[in-house]
Design a protein around this ligand. Structure first.
Ligand code: TMP
Ligand code: ASP
Length: 260
């Protein structure tokens, strides 16, 4: 099967053929049917900009299902996402987007690169959630980037930047509450946004910003409430052991009825 794109953890395949478009019929009046693509979640894991590589058995299944559940939850609470539906254990159908080349990170506690960069201990509660951007560019090691540079480089325009920050903070509030009900603390996470591609939109017209990519234990830090035990990809990055078990446990909590 022809690949549209292959990244470190996912492969993008063309969606169903035109005429077999599961979204057609949703907007019978207009030619603006979003194009759809299939996302396949691999077990491949990398860290430190691809320097550390391994497979985490079952990771793709967990990340697909966790992402699907979170996209559904966020959509139900007013966040526009690329998600259409889950297709199989490892695949979901999503609206095709042009990815904005920014990693949008929200932090509730100090951890990871933030703690290292500023020389503070991990785990300090921040007085308010921080939104941080990195340029999505593996060759450059995803460098931190600030608003003025984002705008000067034309990566997004001013209204897109404001919208991305607004959505990132809303997603944080929603996901914090979601995981708190599952006895997990959302320490930080990375989001990616895209512009919806409509078959009928002029090439120079920028599509609406939607949440894209994935939201999974690969892209979040989740700490067990009370003990602070790490339940995310830091188990792999830091060789803590119990990697597969932590991913499975996050999926189990996501699928469980909330406790509060
Ligand atoms: P950081 O503290 O290493 O900058 O990571 C912040 C959050 O972003 C953390 O939840 C892990 C996530 N993340 C990714 O999803 N992809 C990446 O490439 C990196 C470096 C971090
Ligand atoms: N996924 C990123 C990479 O390979 C880094 C990370 O998540 O730590 O390089």
């Amino acid at each position: 099967m022809e690949k549209l794109y292959e990244g470190k953890a996912k492969v993008i395949y063309p969606g169903p053929e035109a005429g077999d478009d599961p979204l057609s019929g949703q907007s019978p009046s207009g030619p603006v049917h979003p194009r759809v693509v299939r996302v396949y979640f691999k077990d491949d894991a990398t860290a430190f900009n691809g320097q550390k590589r391994a497979q985490i058995a079952g990771k793709g299944v967990v990340n697909n299902q966790v992402s699907a559940a979170l996209f559904r939850y966020l959509e139900a609470h007013g966040i526009p996402t690329h998600f259409v539906r889950q297709l199989s254990e490892r695949e979901m159908l999503v609206k095709q987007v042009q990815i904005v080349p920014l990693e949008v990170i929200v932090r509730n506690r100090t951890a990871g690169s933030f703690a290292r960069r500023y020389g503070v201990e991990e785990g300090r509660v921040l007085p308010y959630p921080l939104v941080e951007f990195s340029l999505k560019n593996d060759a450059l090691g995803d460098p931190l980037i600030y608003d003025d540079a984002v705008l000067a480089l034309g990566l997004v325009n001013g209204s897109e930047l404001a919208r991305i920050k607004e959505l990132a903070l809303k997603v944080n509030a929603l996901l914090k509450a979601y995981f708190a009900q599952r006895n997990l603390e959302l320490v930080d996470f990375k989001l990616e946004f895209g512009r919806l591609l409509h078959s009928a939109a002029p090439a120079d017209e920028r599509g609406a910003i939607v949440l894209a990519d994935e939201i999974s234990p690969d892209t979040m830090r989740l700490w067990e409430m009370g003990t602070g035990e790490k339940m995310d990809k830091d188990r792999f990055r830091r060789d803590l052991g119990g990697v597969e078990e932590a991913y499975q446990e996050v999926l189990r909590r996501v699928q469980a009825e909330p406790s509060a």
